[in-house]
Ligand binder design. Structure first.
Ligand code: VGL
Ligand code: ZN
Length: 197
């Protein structure tokens, strides 16, 4: 069984949002169409408490897009975004949510970020999505959404490592692209056995 996984199509990642991904809204009509043709549909939602440790505002003297060392490794600092319950964290109103059978929220622990839909950034703390997919008998995943080089790539690589058959549909994704991060992410996904189409 296959599933479409729609990653983080939220107001804050679309133009006008706090961490806008260029053209982030342009992929929405295509994602809506892809849902019609999918067996199962699962959404992810970036969902941070106020004062999340990935926010530059929580680190003295740091600006967005600088990095800090966290116990789990290097962390890029972001503008405050996707604070749980706010309009910025809501799905974009153009996104058709009627087919979403499961919404997996991530990044809700203050001290650890979570790009991947499967594991937090320590690569160990599970979100529960793996168990959900396995108990439903879902083996084949197509990932679309935002941002190609962060949440989509981390999710795709973890899914491939877990043994799922993974496709990323690049025309239905858009990237943040910090210092070549898009090209690096594509290489890492390909190396992990992710099919890029
Ligand atoms: C994301 C940065 C911070 C993403 C989430 O959805 O790609 N990027 N939080
Ligand atoms: Zn985030």
């Amino acid at each position: 069984m296959s599933a479409l996984i729609v990653i983080d199509v939220q107001n804050d990642f679309c133009p006008g949002g706090a961490l806008a991904v260029p053209e982030g809204d342009l992929i929405i009509p295509g994602i809506n169409a892809a849902m019609d043709a999918s067996e199962a549909v699962i959404f992810t939602q970036d969902w941070h408490p106020a004062h999340h440790s990935s926010f530059a505002s929580q680190h003295n003297g740091k600006s967005p897009y600088e990095t800090v060392e966290m116990p789990y490794g290097t962390q890029v600092l972001w503008p405050d975004h996707c604070v749980s319950g706010t309009k910025g964290a809501a799905f974009h109103t153009d996104l058709n949510t009627t087919r979403a059978e499961m919404v997996i929220r991530k990044g809700f622990r203050r001290d650890i970020d979570s790009y991947s839909a499967f594991f937090e950034n320590d690569h160990r703390t599970p979100t529960g999505l793996e168990g959900y997919l396995r108990t439903r008998g879902i083996t084949d995943l197509t990932l679309v959404g935002l941002a190609t080089d962060f949440c989509v790539a981390y999710s795709a690589i973890d899914a491939a490592k877990l043994g799922f058959s993974v496709t990323v549909q690049l025309d239905l994704c858009r990237a943040i692209d910090l210092e070549g991060s898009l090209e690096a992410a594509k290489t890492q996904m390909a190396d992990a056995g992710v099919r890029l189409v």
